[in-house]
Design a protein around this ligand. Structure first.
Ligand code: HEC
Ligand code: HEC
Ligand code: HEC
Length: 438
């Protein structure tokens, strides 16, 4: 070997060693569970008893904020698990998290529970990030302890779940999630920002922690990691699109007042839009229970997120009179001749950012499958939107959506028949009824 070659070999070995050390440090950071050491590691959930009723009550509120039951209750008893989450890597089922020792988490100690919820380390190894531990990692020790106290009061349900039975190899290998964590998991609690008010800090804690808003509202990369540079700039969930929540006035919530944000999260409507799909569920099971102070804190924090780029109005699309007539016949009874909707019940189309979003997923979804607004304590009659799948073909649905997206001051990107066809297929919606020729 020449001296030169030897030199190059030495440099290569040095680089490999440095990279390996950095990777080990990173691995160590992501699997470090020392934060859980504050919790007891002797008494299991099925044995744990407490008469601290305040802690149990606070824990129920933490459960509401985290919306645990949305994913862990699915026809197998409260928190009995079995909810089917479709990931790009196969179907994943949520765990039974009742105190049953055999099929639930009854054998977990409080420390095990912290490790699962905040660190993504469950009873069978690393958890898939469909369980939002990447957000819950921000939750405080106090909230975790209260949550534990609450779960000790949940009725044990015997229901065996094999979380990964429908996940093909190699995606069912939990060890691969160590690599995922190295790439995407920020294993640290939330620091208070001393330059911001207590209200703002509380808002950020709720949004980034228990509320896991960015799990839906931030874009994800191909491996399912949240794109941090696109924080809260909108995320496509496949069947739904969670819009931009930055202060962008066109596609974000820049022109929503703090009061409107609070109303939306409490009642399901801000007076213009009415929450549909995944957000209607989040409101129904979670945010409607938030205290007014917490809703105010969330509004304060959301309004402080810097505006995303872009979103300027698109040139207006021309739509034919025939489509205007179709709107009048099929939609105007509910959505109004001027797209004004019915306040708090039927969404207005005029000046509704969700309707104008570049991503038309929610609109096509609502047209094909219908939709139901959130049922909340303040809005008892959850109004329904009928499905038009049987009545309109792909082009007709695209046309009427382009009409509402380009009337009454709206200007938005064209919705194509192909987009509707694709969604009709993926949602398994029916085809337009055809009348046999006489
Ligand atoms: C968006 C859906 C979703 C939400 C919300 C959610 N979970 Fe989960 N959770 C899951 C899924 C899916 C799994 C199974 C993951 C796996 O096996 O890799 C899981 C697993 C768990 C486990 C691990 C069980 C075990 O035996 O290892 C615990 C504990 C848990 N969740 C508690 C909670 C709590 C407490 C909350 C609320 C603060 C919550 N989850 C909210 C989807 C969710
Ligand atoms: C399970 C996914 C999901 C989660 C979690 C979620 N959202 Fe949403 N959100 C959506 C979807 C989907 C929409 C669009 C609803 C529609 O089309 O009517 C939406 C809409 C909204 C809107 C209305 C935006 C507008 O321009 O009108 C606000 C405000 C909002 N979400 C706030 C939140 C906050 C705050 C949280 C956390 C506490 C949160 N969301 C958590 C899916 C989600
Ligand atoms: C019977 C009353 C009714 C009729 C008729 C109706 N809608 Fe709706 N529509 C609703 C209600 C109520 C909602 C809100 C549902 C929800 O919040 O889940 C809604 C929601 C929607 C949404 C989803 C908005 C969002 O926030 O994502 C779109 C898009 C929509 N309608 C378009 C139409 C079009 C186009 C027509 C005519 C072809 C039509 N609707 C006819 C009542 C109606």
């Amino acid at each position: 070997m020449t001296d030169n070659k030897r030199k190059i070999l030495k440099i290569v070995i040095a680089i490999v060693v440095v990279v390996a050390i950095l990777a080990l440090v990173r691995l160590w950071q992501t699997i470090d569970t020392s934060r859980s050491d504050v919790a007891d590691d002797t008494v299991t959930l099925s044995q744990y008893k407490t008469d601290d009723l305040d802690a149990i009550k606070r824990g129920e509120y933490v459960m509401r904020v985290g919306d645990c039951s949305a994913c862990h209750t699915a026809g197998n008893g409260y928190m009995g698990g079995g909810y089917d989450i479709k990931t790009p890597f196969g179907d994943l089922y949520s765990s039974n998290i009742t105190p049953d020792p055999e099929t639930g988490i009854g054998n977990m100690t409080e420390r095990d529970f912290y490790n699962a919820v905040r660190q993504g380390m469950g009873s069978h190894g690393f958890l898939y990030p469909a369980m939002p531990y990447t957000a819950y990692v921000k939750m405080s020790d106090q909230d975790m302890h209260d949550l534990w106290a609450y779960f000790s009061t949940v009725k044990p349900v015997k229901h065996d779940i094999d979380e990964t039975k429908d996940m093909p190899f190699p995606f069912n290998v939990r060890l691969s999630l160590a690599g995922w964590n190295m790439l995407f998991f920020d294993n640290s609690g939330l620091e208070q920002d001393a330059n911001q008010s207590a209200e703002w800090n509380r808002g950020k804690y709720l949004v980034d922690g228990g509320g896991h808003c960015s799990a839906c509202h931030s874009p994800r990369n191909l491996l399912g990691g949240e794109v941090t540079s696109g924080y809260m700039q909108g995320g496509n969930l496949g069947e739904w699109y969670a819009p931009d929540l930055t202060s962008n006035p066109h596609k974000g919530i820049g022109d929503m007042s703090e009061q409107q944000i609070k109303d939306y999260l409490k009642t399901g409507s801000d007076g213009i839009g009415v929450a549909t799909g995944a957000m209607a569920e989040a409101i129904e099971h979670s945010t409607q229970y938030f205290t007014d102070e917490d809703l105010g804190a969330i509004a304060t924090y959301l309004k402080s997120i810097p505006a995303s780029q872009g979103g300027e109005p698109h040139p207006q699309l021309k739509v034919s009179d025939k489509v205007a007539l179709s709107y009048e016949v099929n939609c105007s009874a509910c959505h109004g001749l001027e797209g004004e909707g019915i306040k708090g019940m039927v969404p207005a189309f005029a000046k509704n950012n969700v309707i104008n979003a570049d991503d038309p997923t929610n609109l096509i979804h609502a047209m094909l499958k219908g939709a139901r607004a959130a049922h909340t304590h303040t809005a008892q009659t959850a109004a329904g939107m009928p499905s038009f799948a049987w009545k309109m073909n792909d082009q007709e649905i695209a046309d009427v959506l382009n009409y509402v997206r380009n009337s009454w001051g709206n200007t938005a990107l064209e919705v194509t028949a192909d987009q509707v066809a694709e969604m009709r297929d993926s949602l398994g919606a029916r085809q337009k009824l055809t009348v046999p020729a006489k």
